[in-house]
Write a protein that binds this ligand. Structure first.
Ligand SMILES: Cc1cc2nc3c(=O)[nH]c(=O)nc-3n(C[C@H](O)[C@H](O)[C@H](O)COP(=O)(O)OP(=O)(O)OC[C@H]3O[C@@H](n4cnc5c(N)ncnc54)[C@H](O)[C@@H]3O)c2cc1C
Length: 320
């Protein structure tokens, strides 16, 4: 294939054939990528993306694979893993999107900037966090963003955060995957507080919460989004008052109420520790995981009349 010859010219020996995606996703499932490459500089990445557009090569852009379920059949095009990790900390911090959210927190906190304490323990990259407007403990990444450098419409450009259309665990990139936009870098504005120790200490509180509430088995974090539905919230007598007032029903609450905590299908299980964590307890296939997710959605719908929406994104070849 001529296009692969050209890709090899751009990438060299780092272009790998037949790479198992189970090595690059936290659920530890997924078939092989026809081609796989880990990008380490934005310049080379843009050159490869330009060529993929020109030659019509399908690509799947991934970060840490911590919010992703790749099918057992894998991906037929080029999987590009983002390892572009430069961070420049300042009153406006610049981060390339392959940096982990954890290292962005560490570096900014050590320089005295606060605002990302909630992100400790989220295992993904900054790019993956922007795509799903990642957040926890009432913090979200979207409001901190000041600009985004993207590859879109065949060119490298900078856009305002409005372009991203951030909302709860959502952005334009999740809705318009056919645009094949790639986030290259962003700037964020954090609050200068000065006392690094105090910021790091606050983050430990969140880290401890995670350790006690979340399972250690391979997962992609919360599998489903929480449900914003005031009527449903008010109808649930055992839902805590604060959630009723906010009109938010945790997906885990609904799953547990359906008796599905601990439910197993093959090597996939709704965790005993946290009902909204779909875990790989050993030997799960991507199909086990997706089928279990379907069972959960159906049972929650039958009982409560709401359709749970996946927070995790499906990728690869899922055709019957
Ligand atoms: C134990 C655990 C705990 C978690 N806790 C939380 C939590 O508290 N809050 C939360 O919000 N999430 C949480 N997550 C989910 C996940 O870590 C986040 O969504 C994370 O931001 C995903 O980043 P990633 O690099 O792994 O993205 P990936 O899984 O690699 O990719 C996710 C999607 O984004 C796309 N993508 C990734 N990078 C780019 C880019 N640069 N440009 C364009 N598209 C891109 C991919 O194509 C894919 O569609 C958790 C996951 C685990 C395993």
């Amino acid at each position: 294939m001529e296009s692969v010859y050209e890709l090899r010219k751009l990438i060299g020996d780092e272009l790998v054939e037949g790479e198992p995606m189970s090595r690059h996703t936290t659920l530890k499932v997924g078939g092989t990528a026809r081609w796989f490459w880990a990008a380490t500089t934005v310049e080379q990445l843009v050159a490869v993306l330009e060529y993929c557009q020109l030659a019509n090569i399908p690509y799947l852009f991934i970060g840490h694979g911590s919010n992703l379920l790749v099918s057992d059949r894998g991906y037929r095009g080029l999987v590009i893993q983002n390892k572009c990790k430069r961070i420049d900390v300042g009153p406006v911090t610049m981060s390339e999107t392959g940096a982990t959210l954890g290292s962005l927190f560490q570096q900014t906190a050590k320089a005295g900037y606060s605002g990302l304490e909630w992100a400790v323990g989220i295992p993904g990259t900054v790019g993956g966090a922007l795509v799903s407007n990642a957040g926890a403990y009432r913090g979200n990444v979207g409001p901190l963003v000041r600009s985004v450098r993207i590859f879109h419409d065949g060119r490298d450009q900078t856009v305002s955060p409005d372009w991203m259309e951030f909302s709860y665990r959502d952005s334009r990139l999740r809705r318009n995957q056919s645009e094949r936009a790639v986030l290259l870098a962003c700037t964020l504005e954090l609050k200068y507080e000065g006392d690094a120790d105090a910021i790091l200490e606050r983050s430990k509180f969140y880290q401890d919460q995670r350790r006690t509430k979340q399972p250690f088995d391979p997962s992609a974090g919360s599998f489903f989004k929480n449900v914003n539905n005031a009527e449903l919230a008010n109808s649930l007598s055992t839902l805590p008052g604060a959630l009723k007032a906010a009109g938010v029903v945790p997906a885990g609450f609904l799953i547990e109420a359906c008796g599905l905590k601990g439910e197993r299908l093959g090597g996939a299980q709704m965790s005993e520790k946290h009902a909204n964590f779909l875990v790989n307890v050993g030997g799960a296939t991507a199909t086990d995981i997706r089928n279990l997710a379907s069972v959960v959605k159906q049972r929650v719908y039958d009982r409560f009349g709401v359709t749970l929406e996946e927070e995790v994104l499906y990728a690869g070849d899922w055709a019957e």
